[in-house]
Design a protein around this ligand. Structure first.
Ligand SMILES: CC(=O)[C@@H](O)[C@H](O)COP(=O)(O)O
Ligand SMILES: NCC(=O)COP(=O)(O)O
Length: 247
């Protein structure tokens, strides 16, 4: 078996359920602590500008209670940079955000914004946060990420997952091939390679087989599965699927 593929659990949508009623339950911290016990390798939480799910208090609570590394997802704004520098999480992942989007739609446009992003990530890296950029499987973006000093790229698997769900097998295969090629390029450029968005038990195996990919961040699907089979069991099945694919 090649190196163990890490599983980061994204707990955003525990907060989505909580916020549906504006109360305190279900608590994303409880899910994170349960995931720790269930063998997660990390926790991912996305503090969106509109706070539609994860709140500032959630991040405070996670930082105070987690023993697992926190991967703090954030937009490239001064507000989020200040929050990240205050907490100094293990990792930050810079993601594009548009208020009107239902979920993250595309990857970060690094090349078109490289000078600003280079200056934006420098203090985060100097504060000891591992800096990841959430990008499409696109050579221009991967090369720009390496150029501006990111340590990690997280490859956006949303298009691949959407094509698969829509039965567009040829498009899914083509996107998967792009992801494979960009994972190899990213590693050649000295970047650590992660992948995430929209992954489920069916779409994970081909991604898990990519040798350069060392971490998957999975949230929406696993939180949904947890409704029916409980979080530990849902995660155990994903672990089994990942390990089986990794060989
Ligand atoms: C970047 C990414 O794909 C997710 O980690 C992100 O959190 C998606 O946004 P929502 O969780 O708001 O759907
Ligand atoms: N960066 C991807 C992530 O954290 C989880 O995305 P999803 O599984 O909720 O789509």
């Amino acid at each position: 078996m090649t190196d163990r593929l890490r599983l980061g659990l994204n707990i955003d949508h525990v907060a989505t359920v909580r916020n549906a009623r504006g109360g305190a339950t279900p608590d994303p911290l409880r899910a994170a602590l349960m995931a720790e016990q269930a063998g997660a390798d990390g926790i991912t939480a996305h503090l969106r500008e509109d706070r539609r799910h994860i709140s500032d208090a959630d991040i405070e609570a996670l930082m105070g209670a987690l023993t697992l590394p926190l991967n703090f997802e954030m937009a490239a704004t001064e507000e989020m940079q200040a929050i990240a520098l205050r907490h100094k999480p293990h990792a930050v992942c810079i993601v594009p955000e548009r208020r009107e989007e239902r979920t993250t739609e595309g990857g970060l446009e690094v090349a078109a914004d490289d000078n600003r992003l280079a200056a934006f990530i420098a203090p985060l890296r100097e504060a000891g946060c591992r800096v990841s950029l959430f990008v499409a499987a696109d050579e221009v973006q991967i090369r720009a990420a390496a150029r501006i000093g990111a340590q990690v790229v997280e490859l956006h698997t949303g298009a691949y997952c959407d094509f698969t769900a829509e039965g567009r097998a040829e498009d899914a295969t083509a996107e998967l091939e792009r992801i494979r090629k960009m994972a190899a390029l990213a590693q050649d450029l000295g970047l650590e390679v992660h992948a995430g968005h929209g992954l489920n038990y069916d779409t994970v195996p081909p991604i898990a087989e990519i040798p350069q990919v060392v971490e998957l961040n999975i949230g929406h699907f696993l939180i949904g599965e947890a409704i029916f089979r409980g979080l530990p069991d849902a995660m155990a099945e994903m672990r089994r699927v990942m390990d089986a694919a990794r060989g």
